[in-house]
Design a protein around this ligand. Structure first.
Ligand SMILES: [Zn+2]
Ligand SMILES: [Zn+2]
Length: 253
């Protein structure tokens, strides 16, 4: 089963489609060339493959697997996808480190009852931005550190609309993942500036129109959003912040 989002854009993996350990997996087609955004955990690769095959048909080829970051729910199935399609795996160099070494702690694999297999990254890029041409289409990768050191958002234009793949915009942040709150908030600001028409989020699905995209990102940047992810991150000033973000609670205490 695939979930059509737009002409030439589908969700092919994720909770309810493949395994519950899978973050959203998305396929973009530009004529006879296609890219996959994230690979899921690999736990239900057979279904993911059926979904992809259905969309590629006999005439299209999967050129790239673009990884948004190293976490297991996004990258665990990368080796399997490459083995089937011969596509090139692309990731930011700061997360490639943990994908290539199969680092259980930073990829969070044990959270899914698994462990991370080392996976070579074919194309490691560095710096703030990187552009890829896929057939007649173009995808821009934007380094958005914070959730992980090498987290990436992707943007592309489809029929005049600016589509943002902002996986794990909601965080959370965790010390084991080398999360960085200051970077995270800066990255959210950067994503707001894009003013995207449609946000594809790996755990929250599709968010539109533009005003809703803005509201969603602003929420995670606000003290209330911050108080959500702080549950995991537990910074030293957590209690103080929680009170600030919830004045009602402050009075009650
Ligand atoms: Zn995730
Ligand atoms: Zn993540």
């Amino acid at each position: 089963m695939n979930l059509k989002i737009r002409d030439n854009l589908w969700q092919v993996g994720g909770m309810g489609i493949t395994d519950k350990s899978d973050a959203g997996v998305f396929l973009l087609r530009f004529g006879d060339k296609a890219v996959l955004i994230d690979a899921g955990s690999g736990k239900d690769h057979a279904q993911l493959k059926r979904n992809i095959d259905q969309l590629l048909g006999s005439d299209a080829r999967l050129e790239y697997l673009l990884l948004t970051h190293c976490h297991f729910d996004h990258s665990g199935g990368a080796n399997l996808v490459r083995a089937d399609y011969g596509c090139r795996i692309v990731a930011h160099e700061l997360d490639s480190l943990y994908i290539e070494s199969g680092d259980d702690k930073v990829t969070g694999a044990p959270w899914y009852g698994s462990h991370a297999e080392p996976c070579n990254v074919d194309l490691k890029w560095s710096g703030p931005e990187y552009s890829l041409t896929v057939g007649a289409g173009k995808i821009d990768a934007i380094h958005c550190p914070g959730h992980s050191p090498g987290s990436v958002a992707f943007v592309t234009r489809l029929d005049g609309e600016l589509i943002l793949f902002g996986q794990d915009i909601h965080g959370p942040l965790h010390k084991d993942w080398l999360s960085d709150e200051e970077h995270y908030l800066d990255s959210l600001t950067r994503l707001l500036e894009l003013d995207a028409d449609l946000l594809v989020e790996s755990h929250f699905g599709v968010i539109e129109p533009r005003e809703e995209v803005r509201a969603f990102i602003e929420y995670w940047r606000s003290p209330i959003g911050v108080s959500h992810y702080a549950v995991l991150y537990a910074p030293d000033d957590w209690d103080e912040r929680r009170k600030k973000s919830d004045p009602g609670k402050q009075e009650a205490e």
